[in-house]
Write a protein that binds this ligand. Structure first.
Ligand SMILES: *Cc1c(COP(=O)(O)O)cnc(C)c1O
Length: 348
């Protein structure tokens, strides 16, 4: 992209910052037997008595190899939520800058804007849940730093059309953050292959959904080396703990199992869609490219309560714009799905 100037987007306080240098920054083991007396740790080995690697080198090296990027194009965080917060704090000057989101979408973008005192400009998706490109471009001003694109989108489930995202990437001089939390369920290709073509592209992924590791909190950010280096500057030194690094590594190494589970979830999704489609009180099912289905029903509050009485918890998304009277169903195990479908068929 022509005329893109990353330095213009970085907050002055961050540009000037001299980052904290941790003990593990100053000296990294080369694998030989060393005596570490530099970090005031308890020396007795229990598996986790040492500080973790602040740059998560083993995990990054595996991800870099699998995804075909450089290790310096990866930042890891305590869930995508930490990664997103770091992005705000590097680029958005409180009470001055703004970000653009496209509701109905993931709620954290707005919450993070509030926490960081950054204005959230909202441009509704079109009726078929696609970005309204012309309207978005009209909304952008000199203080617009970030544009959040969630694809596949939560809570609607669809992936946005490629040419719309491309137009936004080409037209916006700030940073385009594409949240790919659900990409492993999608038919569409990740934007990762385009990383080197767009200096303004930031991609976030997570191990919380397809990888089945919501409990360990591991979020991933892919971007240019320049962007990653400035994010590294402000991240807490030991933001990804050692147990998380170990479990993530095991799981990413076991890609076959992940793929097998994703395949099963997608098969179950087909069954769920079939069942929902046959129900009298479901008036619309929205196309999904994720591990959930958004359904328009006759009375979302009533159906939500009825399911709750049967010990099934779904998400009522009715308060979201364009989502009046909708429920979002996550795809469960085959047994859970069977129970859900049986319960749905009994409701009246
Ligand atoms: C679930 C979800 C995430 C994941 O957040 P983590 O903090 O990594 O668990 C991110 N973005 C969207 C759109 C999600 O739905």
């Amino acid at each position: 992209m022509e005329g893109f100037d990353l330095n213009r987007l970085i907050r002055e306080s961050v540009s000037k910052l001299q980052p904290y240098s941790s003990a593990r920054d100053e000296y990294v083991s080369d694998g030989s037997e060393m005596i570490f007396l530099d970090a005031n740790e308890n020396p007795f080995d229990n598996g986790v008595n040492r500080y973790p690697d602040p740059y998560q080198r083993s995990l990054k090296s595996l991800l870099a190899e699998q995804k075909g990027v450089s290790e310096n194009q990866i930042l890891l965080g305590n869930g995508s939520d930490e990664v997103l917060d770091l992005i705000y704090r590097v680029f958005c000057e409180p009470n001055k800058d703004n970000i653009i989101t496209l509701p109905p979408t993931y709620g954290m973008y707005k919450v993070l804007a509030g926490i960081n005192a950054v204005e959230n400009k909202e441009v509704l998706l079109t009726a078929d849940f696609e970005p309204n490109v012309d309207e978005i471009l009209k909304f952008i001003d000199a203080n617009s730093k970030l544009l959040f694109i969630c694809s596949p989108n939560n809570p609607t489930g669809n992936s946005f059309k490629k040419d719309r995202i491309e137009k936004l990437l080409k037209s916006f001089n700030g940073l385009v953050v594409i949240d790919e939390a659900y990409i492993d369920f999608s038919k569409d290709e990740s934007w990762l292959s385009q990383l080197n073509n767009y200096p303004n592209l930031i991609l976030t992924q997570t191990l919380s959904k397809a990888y089945g590791l919501a409990g360990i909190r591991l979020g991933i950010c892919y971007a240019s080396e320049e962007i990653i280096s400035v994010l590294n500057k402000i991240k807490p030194p030991y933001n990804v703990n050692q147990l998380t690094q170990q479990r993530a590594l095991q799981r990413v190494l076991n890609q076959d199992l992940v793929n097998q589970e994703v395949k099963q979830i997608l098969e179950e999704r087909t069954e769920l869609i079939k069942a929902l489609d046959s129900l009298e009180f479901v008036s619309e099912l929205y196309p999904t490219d994720a591990n959930f289905v958004l359904a328009k029903v006759d009375d979302a509050n009533k159906r939500y309560q009825q399911l709750l009485e049967k010990q099934v918890v779904v998400r009522n998304r009715s308060t979201q714009p364009l989502c009046e009277s909708t429920l979002r169903f996550t795809v469960g195990t085959p047994e859970e799905n069977k129970k859900l479908i049986a319960i749905l068929k009994e409701l009246n």
